[in-house]
Design a protein around this ligand. Structure first.
Ligand code: TRP
Length: 453
C-alpha cells in the first residue's frame, strides 16, 4: 500500500493486494465454522442451493455496488454516504446506512471474537496432543468442558480481541497484504488434504449426498432467511467492510473482475470445508445439527487418528485463527476509520475504545455457552440472538439499501464511469440485478419468513 497525499486514504499497492485483502475479509469463520454448522442445522442440500443462488443473484451484484460506493468517495462508510447523498441530491437520511453498518460490525465482532478464541485455544490443545487417538466421545467432552468454563472463554476472547486491535492500530494494510498472500493458499491446501482424508472414510458418499442432494422439504421459512443472511455474512457485505476496503482501491482497477474472483474463492473454501466435515460427522455417528461446536467436535477426531495429524491439527487451527483475524479487522475498521477521520481520535485511542467496547459486548456470548445457557430472549441465547439480528436482519437490510442506493439514487453516468465494465451488456446486467432482482429477492425472503408468502 502506498500513500497518496492528495487523497484521504492510502491505497492498495495493486489490484492483487485488494483481492487479497477482500478475500482475507471474506474468508474466515463464516466459511469454515459457520457454513458447515448451519448447513447441518438446516438439512443440507436444499439449504446449500439457496445459499449459492443468493451469492450469485444478490451477493455478487451488491458486492460490486458496495465496493463502488467506497471507491467513488474514497472515505469511510459514514462519510461515503454523506458525500454520495449530496452528489445525488438525495435525502439526508441515507447517511444512517453508514451508522447501521458500524453498529452491525461491532455486534458481529463481539461474538466472532469469542469463536475465534475457541480456535486459538484449539491451537494449544492440538499442540499438547489432546486429540491423540481420541474417539468422538473424548473429543465431545473436551469441547463441553472447555465451553463450560467462562474464564477460559474469556481469556481466549481477550487474546483474540487484543490481537485484532493491535493489528488495526498499526493500519489495516501493514503486514496484512503479506500475511494473507501466504496464509490463504496454505489454508486452501490444508482443506484439500482434509477432503482427501474424508475420502478415505466409509461415509464420504453419505457426506456428499447430505450436502448436495436437494430436498426442499427440509427447508423451513427461517432456513431460507438464514441462507440469504449467510450469503451476506460470508462475503462481508451489507455493513461497510467492503466499502471501506473499496475506498483504498485505485481508480484504474476493474471492480467487477476482482469481485468475481473474491466471491469464487470464498464459495470454494466454504464448500471444501463442508465436504471435509460431513463425512466425519456420519462416520462417527454425530449429529449434523450439533450447532456451533460442529467443527470442534469433528475435525479433531481426524487429527487424532491420521498420520501426521499432530502437525496438521496445529497448522489447521493456526490458519483458521489467521483467517479469522483478517476478517475481524475488516469488521471494526469502519468504526475506527470514522473515529480517526471524523472525531479526531488518534488511531491508537480509537482502537482502545472500540476494542474495549466490543470486548465487553462479547461477554454476553461467552456466558451464553455456560452460566447464561438458559437465558433466552425470543427463544434464543444471547449468542444466537446476536447472530440472528446481525446476519439475518441487519446485513440483508444494509444490502437492500446499498442496492437501492446504487441502482436508483446514484446517477447512471456516475455508476457507469466508476464501474467501466468491459462490455455494455455486463453493465446492463448488473444494473438489472441491483435495481430489481436483488432488492426484490431480499424483500420476498422477508415476506416469506413472516409468513406472508
Ligand atoms: N466474511 C467473514 C467470514 O466469513 C466475516 C466478516 C468480515 C463479515 N467482515 C464482515 C461479515 C462484514 C459480515 C459483514 O468469516
Amino acid at each position: 500500500m502506498t500513500t497518496n497525499n492528495s487523497l484521504l486514504h492510502s491505497h492498495w499497492s495493486s489490484r492483487f493486494a485488494f483481492i487479497l485483502a477482500a478475500t482475507g475479509s471474506a474468508v474466515g469463520l463464516g466459511n469454515i465454522w459457520k457454513f458447515p454448522y448451519i448447513t447441518g442445522e438446516n438439512g443440507g442440500g436444499a439449504f446449500v442451493l439457496v445459499y449459492l443462488v443468493c451469492v450469485l443473484l444478490i451477493g455478487i451484484p451488491i458486492m460490486i455496488a458496495e465496493t463502488m460506493l467506497g471507491r467513488r468517495s474514497q472515505r469511510n462508510p459514514v462519510e461515503t454516504m454523506q458525500m454520495l447523498t449530496k452528489e445525488a441530491n438525495a435525502d439526508e437520511n441515507w447517511q444512517y446506512l453508514g451508522w447501521m453498518g458500524m453498529i452491525a460490525g461491532v455486534l458481529i465482532l463481539s461474538y466472532y471474537s469469542v469463536i475465534a478464541g475457541w480456535a486459538s485455544a484449539y491451537v494449544v490443545k492440538a499442540f499438547t496432543g489432546s486429540f491423540f487417538n481420541a474417539d468422538a466421545n473424548a473429543i465431545q467432552s473436551l469441547f463441553d468442558n472447555f465451553t463450560a468454563s467462562p474464564l477460559q472463554l474469556m481469556f481466549w476472547h481477550s487474546v483474540f480481541m487484543g490481537a485484532t486491535m493491535w493489528i488495526v492500530s498499526r493500519g489495516v494494510s501493514h503486514g496484512l497484504e503479506k500475511s494473507v498472500r501466504f496464509l490463504m493458499p496454505s489454508l486452501f491446501v490444508l482443506l484439500i488434504l482434509l477432503v482427501g482424508y474424508a475420502m478415505t472414510t466409509n461415509s464420504y458418499q453419505r457426506g456428499l449426498h447430505f450436502m448436495f442432494n436437494v430436498d426442499f422439504s427440509t427447508l423451513t421459512r427461517n432456513s431460507v432467511l438464514t441462507a440469504m443472511g449467510h450469503a451476506f455474512f460470508t462475503l462481508s457485505l451489507g455493513m461497510g467492510s467492503i466499502m471501506v476496503y473499496g475506498a483504498y482501491l485505485p481508480k484504474d482497477i476493474s471492480i467487477s473482475k476482482t469481485t468475481y474472483l473474491v466471491a469464487a474463492a470464498d464459495t470454494i473454501v466454504a464448500l471444501l470445508a463442508g465436504i471435509a466435515i460431513f463425512p466425519l460427522v456420519f462416520e462417527h455417528n454425530l449429529h449434523p445439527a450439533s450447532g456451533p461446536g460442529l467443527i470442534f467436535q469433528t475435525l479433531p477426531i481426524a487429527f487424532g487418528n491420521m498420520t501426521g495429524g499432530w502437525l496438521m491439527g496445529i497448522l489447521f487451527f493456526v490458519l483458521l485463527v489467521f483467517a479469522a483475524l483478517s476478517s475481524s479487522i475488516s469488521l471494526i475498521e469502519p468504526l475506527v476509520a470514522w473515529l480517526v477521520e471524523n472525531k479526531n481520535f488518534t488511531r491508537e485511542k480509537a482502537c482502545i475504545w472500540s476494542g474495549l467496547g466490543t470486548w465487553f459486548l462479547g461477554l454476553g456470548t461467552v456466558f451464553s455457552f455456560n452460566i447464561w445457557k438458559d437465558v433466552h430472549f425470543f427463544e434464543r441465547t444471547i449468542f444466537q440472538l446476536l447472530d440472528y439480528i446481525t446476519a439475518n436482519l441487519m446485513l440483508p437490510i444494509g444490502g437492500f439499501c446499498i442496492a437501492v442506493f446504487a441502482g436508483w439514487i446514484m446517477h447512471r453516468d456516475h455508476t457507469q464511469s466508476e464501474l467501466q465494465m468491459p462490455c455494455k451488456p455486463s453493465y446492463e446486467l448488473w444494473r438489472i440485478l441491483v435495481r430489481y432482482v436483488a432488492p426484490a429477492s431480499i424483500f420476498l425472503v422477508f415476506l416469506h419468513v413472516i409468513g406472508v408468502l
